[in-house]
Design a binder for this molecule. Structure first.
Ligand code: HEC
Ligand code: HEC
Length: 354
């Protein structure tokens, strides 16, 4: 008996050791802790990112080597990179300062003027719009409820800058939405059009996880477990011919999307499982921070919408999650009863033998 107890103690001790020491460590390596910043868009993250880049350039091995070797060409290259990075930093600082200024303006809202300005948006964001550059401009019916206000101001001012993909564009290559700044150009128009968007949007509690996902991510990402494709939900076709026609249309759109983004954005059915909700959340808010150089733009949704997107992805990647939790409880209760019953039974049977 003593020996058995000793073995049990050793097994328990090792199990606890694994559980408390090794498991969290393995978890921290495979899923490093990441956290969103609360979906407040004020430029802090982008400015920090540029400052870090500048210090990395200053301290890089290439820079040290160039100085040591007194190689004028290498030094000039590094100087040029530094000047470019510093210019980007200055541009970002003044861009976000301007957003803050507009956000705080005491403007009397004029919804009629907002509606008039909104007509400019509909020029591209209309029902059944064709792909532009490689994406279909998303529906704007929900925009007033799902996007952050600061982000929307920034989007009209400079879409590449606010979504932190300015490095992909240049004097010759413009963001597809950039021309909006010539159409909706005064501070009053910007504030009014956003107020108008908010006035036509459903209330936040009426936005479902499905709408949150489709309107903010659906033009780039498919979720095949939900039958969602980048051109919309795939219907069940009776005729094979219609199925092929849909697939062809999707394929052609994906080709354009791949060209626009440099690669085809992945299907998100299983991402919630491989990366976890914290990662997905932080990634949406600031893709560059977790995947430097990525072509995925920041999406600019508010915290409430981000939660709903995660909910949608959990449902897609792990549809049995809730059921499992519920059944798990029943199984535990059953086991406890079973152990008690087995013990009583054993006592009953052995009673006469002792
Ligand atoms: C010249 C065409 C054009 C005009 C005009 C235009 N947009 Fe866009 N908009 C686009 C395209 C294209 C995209 C998708 C860009 C992408 O995903 O890279 C887009 C994306 C968006 C998004 C999603 C942004 C995100 O981060 O996911 C919002 C919101 C939006 N536009 C609002 C507006 C509003 C409001 C107006 C009017 C003030 C407007 N747009 C005017 C073309 C346009
Ligand atoms: C304008 C297109 C576009 C939109 C909109 C978009 N994405 Fe992406 N997304 C991409 C591209 C492109 C990649 C591939 C990035 C890479 O590998 O560099 C990507 C990659 C990802 C990844 C994989 C990250 C990884 O670690 O590999 C996740 C997760 C993701 N997107 C989530 C989202 C969510 C959630 C939304 C909506 C809130 C969204 N995306 C909206 C284009 C987009």
């Amino acid at each position: 008996m003593k020996k058995e107890l000793l073995i049990l103690a050793v097994v328990v001790a090792f199990s606890l050791l694994t559980y408390w020491l090794v498991e969290p460590y393995a978890h921290s390596v495979m899923h490093p802790h990441v956290q969103n910043r609360g979906f407040q868009y004020d430029g802090t993250a982008d400015i920090e990112e540029m400052q870090n880049k500048i210090s990395a350039l200053n301290e890089s091995k290439a820079a040290e080597e160039a100085k040591e070797m007194r190689d004028p060409k290498a030094i000039a290259n590094i100087e040029a990179d530094l000047v470019a990075a510093k210019t980007r930093l200055e541009t970002k600082i003044s861009f976000w300062k301007d957003i803050k200024r507009i956000a705080a303006l005491p403007i009397d809202i004029n919804l009629t003027a907002g509606e008039a300005a909104y007509q400019n948006c509909l020029g591209c964001h209309m029902e059944g719009a064709a792909a532009m550059g490689g994406v279909i401009p998303p529906r704007l019916e929900s925009a007033g409820a799902i996007y952050d206000r600061n982000y929307l101001i920034g989007l009209i001012k400079d879409p590449a800058m606010v979504s932190n993909v300015d490095h992909k564009f240049s004097i010759v290559r413009h963001h597809e939405m950039e021309s909006v700044k010539y159409m909706v150009s005064t501070d009053e128009d910007i504030v009014n059009v956003i107020a108008y968007l908010q006035s036509i949007a459903p209330k936040a509690e009426e936005i479902t996880p499905k709408v949150a996902f489709e309107d903010s991510c659906g033009r780039c990402h498919s979720v095949k477990y939900k039958a969602w494709t980048v051109i919309g939900e795939k219907p069940r076709f009776k005729l094979k011919k219609d199925d092929f026609a849909f697939e062809l249309k999707k394929y052609e759109y994906e080709e354009g999307l791949t060209q626009y983004m440099g690669k085809l954005p992945p299907d998100l059915s299983m991402y919630i499982r491989s990366r976890g909700p914290e990662y997905i959340s932080a990634f949406m808010e600031d893709p560059q921070q977790l995947l430097a150089g990525t072509s995925m733009p920041r999406v600019g949704i508010n915290a409430d919408t981000a939660e709903k997107v995660v909910e949608y992805l959990v449902e897609a990647g792990d549809p049995k999650h809730e059921e499992r939790d519920r059944i798990g409880m029943y199984v535990m209760i059953y086991m406890i009863f079973f152990v008690i019953a087995a013990y009583l039974w054993k006592r009953q049977i052995w009673k006469d033998l002792h």
